[in-house]
Design a protein around this ligand. Structure first.
Ligand code: NAD
Length: 477
């Protein structure tokens, strides 16, 4: 039986104190979470170091089997996992279920890739004097991965680090977001039951800056894998020294709808409602900026507004709930303030713009200034700006006028235009005829500019969690 309370009580033995964990919807206390000490983190690192000695002796088949056992156990406990995400993150249950399904996918891909990660044969005789040798590369695990994760996908984004780390034979310590540690406890328990060597995956809870500092500076941590805000990403990058590091950071995702989409506007509006407002826009690739060719602007905004106003706010455990509480009061206040500021700068409010209990009504604004916070920073809330543009040229300029570069989407039936956007958008992933709010768990996924450094997407994350070793055999000696 999986039970996060058991994991908590184990950590409590050594923790200095606890902090209260609140349900974002009811704002009632769920439980007390251990505020782990620095010494506790150091002890976990020492345990992970010993566990690595076991991990690196496992065959790829054995590692894949453990990953398969783990996702099978999640499949058997889907309800518990989904309800735990909803309890701690306030995520509407239908989206929590989606996250659980994606986590299963993530670990399935990790099991597949565990058996597949292969080096290559290198022709040394292509260089003068290199003949008489056979050379090839192998991949070796690096040791301990330190993972620091955000609140918004408390299960799948942990799995995106745990799956690849274990698939290549590393051990891993997860420092989950303070607000959502319970899902990671359940994931750890699943791996304990799946046959993972003891100590190869541990969860240490508590303050991000303090425990992150220990992870980033500890000589036995080989790599930091971080997902979270750009400001914390910058701190981490400045602390890791020569360690490997992957940073999956924020975005203010943009979408362009060109004039060839007249017949498709209703369908796009339907999709855009999900892209902009699922989990209250608390998604790193939430659709935040929509640029519509001016010929279609009026029709689009009418369709989009109508569908947005149908969204239901409520208890996230209810099947019918689309919109729920924002993660905390501080975030709710900040988002409302940014909406107010944009209006003061001349933006028109189309719908929403006010709080509803602990949430915010889905909000659409138009004519938002390019230098307004809603345009150039990451809102991370249920707010979308929709601006008319006279041409594709103008759309490209607006979309690229961002310090971020994770995902961008374009709806167009003009083939040359699609290719032009694909090449000229300054982002890691371009989605043609899809929203920017699209990710499949095995695709390479990473940001440029302030959106990140390095890649995730199982196979690509695995490549960043290994050493590539070249072996040359001089058979003519
Ligand atoms: P956050 O940056 O506030 O916290 C993320 C993690 O970092 C938490 O575990 C926190 O405890 C820890 N942390 C905080 N300060 C730290 C420090 N100084 N040193 C080390 N660790 C520290 O982010 P959040 O509010 O939990 O999540 C939202 C952010 O995450 C958004 O910016 C979002 O775009 C981003 N995100 C990115 C992706 C992606 O794949 N690119 C996915 C999801 C979320």
């Amino acid at each position: 039986m999986l039970n996060w309370e058991e994991s908590i009580s184990k950590l409590l033995k050594d923790a200095t104190h606890t902090y209260p964990l609140y349900n974002p919807h009811t704002r009632e206390k769920i439980t007390d979470i251990p505020e782990c000490s620095n010494e506790q983190m150091e002890k976990a690192i020492s345990i992970a170091k010993d566990a690595f000695q076991n991990m690196k002796t496992l065959t790829s088949n054995e590692r894949a089997n453990i990953l398969e056992n783990a996702y099978t156990l999640i499949e058997e406990n889907k309800k518990l996992f989904a309800e735990t995400i909803t309890l701690e993150a306030g995520k509407p249950i239908k989206y929590s279920r989606g996250e659980v399904e994606r986590t299963i996918q993530t670990l399935k891909f990790a099991a597949i890739e565990a058996r597949k990660l292969e080096g290559e044969s290198i022709r040394l005789d292509a260089a003068p004097g290199g003949d008489g040798r056979d050379a090839y590369t192998i991949f070796q695990p690096i040791g301990i991965v330190g993972a620091i994760t955000p609140f918004n996908f408390p299960l799948n984004l942990v799995a995106h680090k745990v799956g690849p780390a274990l698939a290549v034979g590393n051990s891993i310590i997860v420092k989950p977001a303070e607000k959502t540690p319970l899902s990671s406890f359940l994931l750890m328990e699943v791996f304990e039951k799946a046959g993972l060597p003891k100590g190869a995956f541990q969860v240490i809870t508590g303050d991000g800056p303090r425990l992150g500092n220990v992870l980033c500076h500890h000589p036995d941590i080989a790599k930091i894998s971080f997902t979270g805000s750009p400001s914390v990403g910058k701190i981490i990058k400045s602390q890791v020294g020569l360690k490997k590091v992957t940073l999956e950071l924020g975005n203010n995702s943009a979408l362009y709808i060109d004039e060839s989409m007249k017949e498709k506007l209703d369908e796009i509006a339907e999709k855009a409602v999900v892209g902009a407002f699922s989990y209250n826009g608390q998604v790193c690739i939430s659709t935040q900026r929509i640029y519509v060719h001016e010929k279609l602007f009026h029709e689009f905004i009418t369709a989009f507004k109508e569908r947005t106003e149908r969204l239901i706010y409520g208890n996230p455990m209810d099947e019918t709930t689309d919109i729920s509480a924002i993660i905390d009061e501080k975030a709710q206040t900040r988002i409302l303030q940014w909406i107010k500021e944009a209006q003061q700068e001349g933006a028109n409010l189309i719908t929403g713009g006010e709080k509803i209990e602990h949430g915010i009504k889905p909000t659409i604004l138009t004519n938002v200034a390019s230098d307004s916070k809603l345009s150039c920073q990451e809102v991370f809330g249920p707010v979308v700006i929709v601006n008319p543009v006279p041409s594709a040229e103008e759309a490209l300029t607006e979309m690229n006028a961002s310090e971020y570069g994770l995902n961008a989407g374009v709806f167009t039936y003009h083939l040359p235009q699609a290719f032009r956007f694909a090449h000229e958008l300054e982002v890691g992933q371009v989605l043609i005829n899809d929203l920017p709010t699209l990710r499949f768990d095995h695709m390479p996924y990473g940001g440029i500019k302030s959106s990140g450094y390095g890649y995730e997407g199982i196979k690509y994350a695995m490549q960043e969690m290994v050493h590539r070793k070249l072996i040359s055999m001089n058979y003519s000696f």
